[in-house]
Design a protein around this ligand. Structure first.
Ligand SMILES: [Fe+2]
Ligand SMILES: [Fe+2]
Length: 236
């Protein structure tokens, strides 16, 4: 924590170093896949954190919707309860989309980045859908590892801000509304609260993967989730 954190007591403190050590083939596959994608993201974006956030948040908002859809269909087929999974996963997808809506107020993607988003969405949606059908446990582990990386990337973004290499403008009004932030919040507060969202998704997805692997639910501590507005649209 740094001295500039004093105004952010409503933002949960994040353990950015938390890592699930891979156990077995499914975990190793998920971790290897995540690290491969991380390599490409680091090569493509380098230190352009605003652009990186926009493009990667368009990807991050996909798994929750796929998981919710397939869990919904499975519950219909089996005529069984979802134990709250569908709502949790839909909320994750919505939350990631709000990350995107926030970053689009801070940086504008290049034409090439928009093309990358279109192309990646096709491959990632279809690929993740198939992975979820084959092994939902591996799919949730992949998301757990993606979120570990997201937490780390937002730590790097915070470092860029703190060391003066990135600007720290006032928080966009959409962020102030959605996270119920004080009106004088800055981008740094927004990055911290988004990082807390990612830490929560990380722990939730790792715990869903644990549960699908036969470990009892509730074994893993879940990072607290920041408060969010229920009505996503800002008042006119
Ligand atoms: Fe996100
Ligand atoms: Fe996330």
């Amino acid at each position: 924590m740094t001295a500039t954190d004093s105004a952010g007591s409503y933002i949960p403190v994040v353990d950015a170093a938390l890592h699930h050590p891979p156990r077995g083939f499914s975990d190793r596959f998920a971790y290897g896949f995540t690290k491969t994608l991380r390599f490409f993201a680091d090569t493509f974006f380098a230190r352009r954190y605003g652009h990186r956030a926009i493009v990667l948040e368009t990807v991050a908002a996909v798994p929750g919707m796929v998981g919710a859809t397939l869990t919904h269909l499975k519950c219909l087929r089996r005529m069984s309860d979802d134990n709250g999974w569908i709502r949790t996963l839909l909320e994750e997808a919505e939350n990631e989309r709000m990350h995107l809506m926030t970053f689009i107020k801070i940086a504008q993607p290049t034409l090439f980045e928009r093309f990358v988003v279109l192309t990646v969405q096709w491959f990632f949606y279809v690929g993740f859908f198939l992975l979820y059908l084959i092994s939902s446990k591996t799919a949730h582990r992949v998301v757990g590892y993606f979120e570990e990386e997201a937490v780390i990337s937002y730590s790097h973004y915070l470092k860029e801000l703190d060391e003066g290499r990135a600007e720290n403008p006032p928080a966009p009004s959409i962020a102030i509304h959605y996270w119920k932030m004080p009106p004088d919040a800055m981008l740094r507060d927004v990055i911290r609260i988004i990082q807390a969202d990612e830490a929560h998704h990380r722990d939730v997805n790792h715990s869903l993967a644990d549960e699908l692997g036969g470990r009892p639910a509730g074994e893993r501590p879940i990072a607290p989730y920041p408060r969010h507005a229920v009505d996503l649209r800002e008042p006119a």
